[in-house]
Design a protein around this ligand. Structure first.
Ligand code: MD6
Ligand code: FE
Length: 206
């Protein structure tokens, strides 16, 4: 059941059932074998993120000290094109995005028990008419979402394995982040941790 938790924020708890989560996990294993997780670093400071990342799709989001935040068609370490976005995620976009053009990037974030992600806006895309569609797998993450200004009030929602959340319209450029991971809350990933997948349209859809 879809719940609107703020203007433009749709939360769909249990969007993927256990079988779908297991199938997606197994597909992601193959993707990570081809496009290994890498440690992005902050622009200018070069400080590493606590989250490890990879991507699938024609474009992938990367960050490093000298080049900053950007999308590029190849993996920053292997130099190879990113693997394709799995069918199950393309289907989720069709179901949830309410946007005619397909997604071009799927950022895959992996969180260990101590990883977090500071409040940020997804603003490196050119197409803000398209939403960002997010799926969570594995341990629960405490997600915080606010408004378009950093000082706006925020609310938090626990994202469990299989949950989807969509940031659209007035929330497309809302600040959001992951305060913490709640360890040992899922049996999906051997060794624990959390995976978050965000589907984005990057270039303007004409
Ligand atoms: C995460 N999610 O759940 C981080 N961005 O690990 C995001 O940064 C995010 O969930 C845009 C839209 C939805 C999201
Ligand atoms: Fe984000």
């Amino acid at each position: 059941m879809a719940m609107t938790i703020a203007d433009g924020v749709t939360y769909l708890p249990g969007y993927l059932d256990r079988a779908a989560q297991e199938a997606l996990r197994d597909t992601l294993r193959k993707i990570v074998a081809e496009a290994p997780l890498f440690a992005p670093t902050m622009p200018r400071t070069g400080k590493p993120f606590s989250v490890k990342m990879t991507n699938c799709g024609p474009l992938g989001w990367v960050s490093d000290k000298d080049g900053g935040y950007r999308y590029q068609p190849t993996h920053p370490v292997t130099g190879q094109p990113w693997p394709a976005i799995p069918d199950a995620l393309m289907a989720a976009w069709s179901d949830l995005a309410d946007f005619d053009a397909p997604p071009e990037a799927c950022l895959i974030n992996f969180y260990g028990p101590k990883a977090r992600m500071g409040l940020h806006k997804d603003s490196d895309e050119e197409e803000f008419a398209a939403p960002v569609v997010s799926m969570s797998l594995g341990d629960t993450g405490v997600f915080r979402v606010g408004g378009q200004e950093r000082k706006a009030p925020t609310r938090s929602v626990k994202l469990s394995s299989g949950d989807a959340i969509v940031l659209a319209g007035p929330a497309r450029l809302a600040y959001h982040g992951i305060d913490r991971i709640v360890p040992d809350t899922s049996t999906l990933l051997k060794g624990g941790g959390r995976i978050n997948l965000t589907l984005r349209r990057v270039t303007e859809a004409v």
